[in-house]
Design a protein around this ligand. Structure first.
Ligand code: ARG
Length: 459
């Protein structure tokens, strides 16, 4: 037998550079445990189909299990000049069991094998992602609970807009990550499908029981078309798209952490554990982890485009282009899981600087809309009250005063409808509590939302 899996019909050796381009072991070696499992389940099916005896199946099963231990202990020294993890494992089994090892590949192709391995791997990743998102949601919930009375400036255009409760800010991100969780819950249904038994493209000529394989590997469904099964990469693109959306959400929050922790704003201090110093400027405490999460988001989107381009205009069925999928998928999964872990730990340890937040609330005429609403209550149409408020704000800016620092005569010089009761408008918590529409920032709305969450998550 030739050393290559496909050597029989070739006379010349494979070109060395072509080998570098095509060998994928350095990427797919991490699939070894999944490949051993799929081989073992397949051997079982071959046995049930009468192609292997019980004794042969038992020997194969033992060999694959021993190999698992060897992979764990021997590290990279186990690899020789193998094309990919599948050929590596076939070589190792054959080295141990001789002709019996060569039987393992009966009816099985690397085309249905590789995608079975990847689906097993990705299923675990999606479950882990869901767990990490759940942890993050719990942390955000706790932060919202702790800050149900903390006033905070709300921004539009990053200009001071209206006062909110800090809990409302956390719960805004809660909604984003909750949608992310739902997307991964959907995604897992399409990952959890067994392709093995599809052969190279057209199916398997041996009477193997695909249900048995699915059950042994823990898949919930069987692929229904062998040609689709070996060429489908949609579930990966879906995963990477979901991962990108989660990263986009993380990047928005990280951007805020970067801004808030700047000495120019000073709303928060990020823990030493998630910041770094400067090698030159001793005063610096840089929010590198938030910046890196923000920075890695771009490449995540790149992987969605990269994977999509792999299948764009790709004819059925398996084409070698598809081998390029794994580097992008693994990179996306690794980055997502690490960023979720780091972010959750980092946000938990952020400390809020009350004084800086208080000062910001005093600036920026944050209650100007409430003042306009006050005029509406005095029967002035909103457009007009908006205009009067604009004039009041302009006057206050010129006088270098805040709205509440203006005197009644100053107010009345602009509009005579303004009365002594105007000063009641300038209470931040009252303004927050007026936003009492469902989903608004009022205290009792936050309370209601926390309860709804608790109920729906059964916490
Ligand atoms: N290393 C290959 C991949 O990752 C395995 C499948 C190879 N199939 C083939 N017909 N060359 O896609």
């Amino acid at each position: 037998m030739t050393e290559k899996l496909w050597g029989g019909r070739f006379k010349k050796p494979f070109d060395e550079d072509a080998k570098t381009l095509s060998f994928s072991l350095h990427i797919d070696k991490r699939l070894y445990s999944y490949d051993l499992r799929t081989n073992s389940a397949y051997a079982h099916a071959l046995c049930e189909a009468g192609i292997l005896t019980q004794a042969e199946y038992a020997r194969l099963k033992q060999c694959l299990s021993d190999l698992h231990t060897r992979f764990e202990h021997e590290g990279d020294s186990i690899f020789l000049n193998d094309e990919d993890i599948h050929s590596c494992i076939e070589r190792l089994v054959t080295a141990e069991l001789g002709d019996l090892g060569k039987k393992l590949h009966t009816g099985k192709s690397r085309n249905d094998q590789v995608i079975t391995d990847v689906r097993l791997y990705l299923k675990e990743v999606v479950i882990e992602t869901q767990n990490k998102l759940q942890t993050l949601l719990k942390t955000l919930y706790k932060l919202a609970e702790d800050h149900q009375s903390t006033l905070f400036p709300g921004f539009t255009h990053f200009q001071t807009a209206q006062p909110i409760l800090l809990a409302h800010h956390f719960l805004a991100y809660f909604e984003q990550f909750k949608r992310d969780l739902e997307r991964f819950q959907e995604n897992v249904k399409r990952v959890d499908v067994l392709p093995l038994g599809s052969g190279a493209l057209s199916g398997n000529s041996y009477p193997i029981d695909r249900y048995l394989i699915a059950q042994e590997l823990g898949f919930s469904a069987l692929s229904q078309n062998s040609m689709d099964a070996v060429s489908d990469r949609d579930f990966m693109i879906e995963f990477c798209t979901n991962a990108s959306l989660t990263m986009l959400h993380l990047s928005r929050f990280c951007e805020e952490l970067v801004l808030w922790s700047s000495p120019l704003i000073g709303f928060i201090e990020i823990s030493d554990a998630f910041t770094t110093g400067s090698s030159l400027m001793p005063q610096k405490k840089n929010p590198d982890i938030a910046e890196l999460i923000r920075g890695k988001t771009g490449a995540m989107l790149g992987h969605v485009v990269g994977l999509s381009q792999l299948i764009k205009a790709l004819p059925l069925t398996y084409n070698r282009d598809l081998q390029e999928d794994k580097a992008m998928l693994f990179e996306s999964a690794d980055t997502l899981l690490l960023c979720l872990t780091c972010f959750e730990k980092m946000i938990k340890e952020v400390t809020f600087q009350k004084e800086a937040i208080q000062n910001a609330l005093k600036k920026g005429y944050i209650l100007a809309t409430d003042f306009a609403d006050y005029l509406v209550k005095k029967s002035i149409p909103f457009r007009e009250s908006h205009d009067i408020t604009g004039k009041v704000v302009l006057y206050a800016i010129e006088q270098n005063k805040q709205l509440e620092e203006l005197t009644l005569p100053e107010f009345q010089a602009i509009s005579p409808v303004i009365q002594e009761d105007v000063f009641e408008v300038f209470n931040l918590m009252d303004a927050v509590n007026r936003k009492n529409s469902i989903g608004g920032t009022a205290k009792n709305q936050i309370h209601a939302q926390l309860n709804r969450i608790k109920e729906s998550f059964k916490w």
